[in-house]
Design a protein around this ligand. Structure first.
Ligand code: NAD
Length: 270
């Protein structure tokens, strides 16, 4: 996707080092963000789950990533090793991108109240919400000069979206966590924000029943009448992670072609 993306080049991230978590393939939102940050001079480390290594390495190398760390967010030992490696390679960090979520796809369909098991509820929360708290605590220790962290969320936290189910509850927790972390780390000059992206075709979206419908409806009912672009999300990430975003923290910023603010669409659904 990088070659198809229109990513402005420059020096906005020159001299900044950071961790990007959640590249799985060339469709990942984290990949779009990584490509944009690299085009602006950032020095980047990738973390990934082992199963994705074959895809993630060549992608990273194509934009100059030299540090690759496996990191399974549910495993403290894996996270300890990942952050020890980061400290050894980078010393300090200026930014973190958290683009990680997971839920059993059998529960991303139908009735939320009937289909949500305790086991998957807790596992989804662990991977999709708690992991940001854990990452923030670890990354803070490597940010003596301040920094900026972002996570990725979706409108299903604020409104009921068919089939999004337990992931909507996870995203609500993630957004609340963003505000609490922002309050705690603010005095240290660390900003913490969430980007609420519109539906984009990725591996994660494929796990949600009728995920493609979410894209089509997003296009039809958004103010801009177009798909959310990865470039738009990456541009917002660049703003938040560079000095351009220096007065913004604790925010959830919608990058969804204006879908979130429409109450009643002006056309009847087809
Ligand atoms: P993706 O599948 O490319 O990325 C999800 C990533 O999470 C993958 O890299 C996967 O390896 C990682 N992951 C899952 N479980 C993990 C674990 N236990 N430990 C470490 N990593 C783990 O899909 P994406 O759509 O790019 O998702 C990135 C983020 O953006 C997610 O938080 C997602 O909820 C969010 N988001 C996506 C959309 C969309 O429409 N695609 C919209 C809004 C927000």
């Amino acid at each position: 996707m990088a070659e198809e993306m229109n990513l402005p080049k420059g020096d906005l991230m020159k001299g900044k080092k950071g961790l990007i978590m959640g590249v799985a393939n060339h469709n990942s939102i984290a990949w779009g963000i990584a490509s944009q940050l690299a085009a602006q001079g950032a020095e980047i480390a990738f973390s990934y789950i082992e199963a994705m290594e074959k895809r993630v390495r060549p992608l990273g190398e194509s934009i100059g990533v030299k540090v690759f760390v496996p990191a399974e967010v549910t495993d403290d030992a894996s996270m300890d090793t990942a952050f020890a490696t980061l400290e050894k390679e980078f010393g300090t960090l200026d930014f973190v991108v958290h683009a990680i979520a997971f839920s059993d796809k059998n529960e991303l369909r139908g009735s939320f109240v009937d289909n949500t098991t305790r086991e998957n509820f807790l596992n989804s929360m662990n991977i999709s919400a708690y992991s940001f708290v854990d990452v923030a605590r670890r990354a803070e220790k490597l940010m003596p000069n301040g920094g900026s962290m972002i996570t990725l969320t979706y409108l299903g936290s604020e409104r009921v979206i068919p089939n999004y189910n337990v992931m909507g509850v996870c995203k609500a927790a993630l957004e609340a966590a963003t505000r609490y972390i922002a309050r705690d780390l603010g005095p240290k000059g660390i900003r913490v924000n969430a980007i609420s992206a519109g539906a984009i075709r990725t591996l994660s979206l494929a796990g949600i029943q009728d995920g493609r419908k979410m894209i089509a409806q997003g296009r039809q009912f958004s103010a801009l009448k177009e798909d959310t672009s990865v470039e738009g999300v990456a541009g917002c990430a660049l703003w938040l992670l560079s000095e351009l975003g220096r007065s913004t923290t604790g925010e959830v910023i919608h990058v969804d072609a204006g879908f979130h603010m429409i109450g009643l669409p002006d056309e009847a659904p087809e």
